[in-house]
Write a protein that binds this ligand. Sequence first.
Ligand SMILES: *Cc1c(COP(=O)(O)O)cnc(C)c1O
Length: 389
Amino acid sequence: MTKRTLPYGRQQINQDDIAAVVSVLESDWLTQGPKVTEFEQSVAQSVGVTYAVAANSATSALHIACLALGVSTGSRVWVPAISFVASANCARYCGATVDFIDVDAQTGNLCVDALSEQLSQAQNKHCLPDVVIVVHLGGHSCQMPRLHELATTYGFRIIEDASHALGGSGWDQSIGNCYYSDITVFSFHPVKIATSAEGGMATTECEQLAHRMRLYANHGIEKNPKFFSQPSDGEWYYEQQCLGFNYRLSDLHAALGISQLGRLNWFVEQRNEWAIRYSQALACLPVTLVQPLKDTYSSWHLAMILCESAELKHRLFDVLRQHGIGAQVHYIPIHLQPYYQQLGFSPGYCPNAERFYQRVLSLPLYPGLTEDDFAYVMQQLQRGLDACA
Ligand SMILES: *Cc1c(COP(=O)(O)O)cnc(C)c1O
């Protein structure tokens, strides 16, 4: 087969998406118009939650989620060791201390047993976390009922970083409805499940949290007289009540997001179909596809394979890249990043995460993948395995 160029993930854009963006360009509002509210309502309806607050990225949304929960200097926030760095950085923006939770060696997802052990030790030392950020790695839901139980026992709040998991569910609850958590955050970056080019969304069932997140996303500015702390001076009056940011999404981005949400079910179905194909095709090879837990429906953001050894992973990565396949590694354990090592973490801190990292590799998975693309990926993967045998 001729060489092709395949990323590990990419957006799917159609004429409706293009028309939606163009119509905003032709309207009066490029930003702060009606589209952002409509996007928020579409996401809220899609995941079955009361409040959705848009932001210009999931990173921003994670930051305002932490702020709304009162994370500040002196707070303790725990994060799984395998995720994108933004999952931990949001707590650092607030001045909090970050600690890492080890993951399940087979799935890379937060290990509830490890968390439980870490919590009981922290209780003895009087340093329980204020917030635990959980990440549905690759779209595969964490064990939310057990996490919720631990949150109740130990009194911490939960933020779900569901950047990978829009359209997924677990234990009869759709991810984002916040049945098991305080706030859920989604990303609309082009490699994620649905895109607004850049964009993020925070969902919650708590009116007060939604209100605070809105405030932090818009300079800390309150415009509703009902919430003023001083008497209004006239119609123009507004109050800056806290130090917020400009994390607003534009109407252009929102219009793309709304249009994409119309195909969310199709996106996730396509991803599930390709995941089944990978499972079948990989069954007789010495690599395994990371699978979601039973009782969950994954949005399959990533097709992560686990190789038998670090050597095999390196070899496969090289062969795939040489042949135009954008294999990628999700993720380098966050505590091994120089920034976090400077904060006191060192190799060996989360052994399962480090082992997972050595063996994991993501293959192309996205709605627009074709039969030919898939056959090409499998052919090159076989070539890499043969070269190692
Ligand atoms: C992509 C991603 C983010 C950041 O999303 P942006 O919208 O690019 O800011 C955060 N957490 C995880 C797990 C991600 O994959």
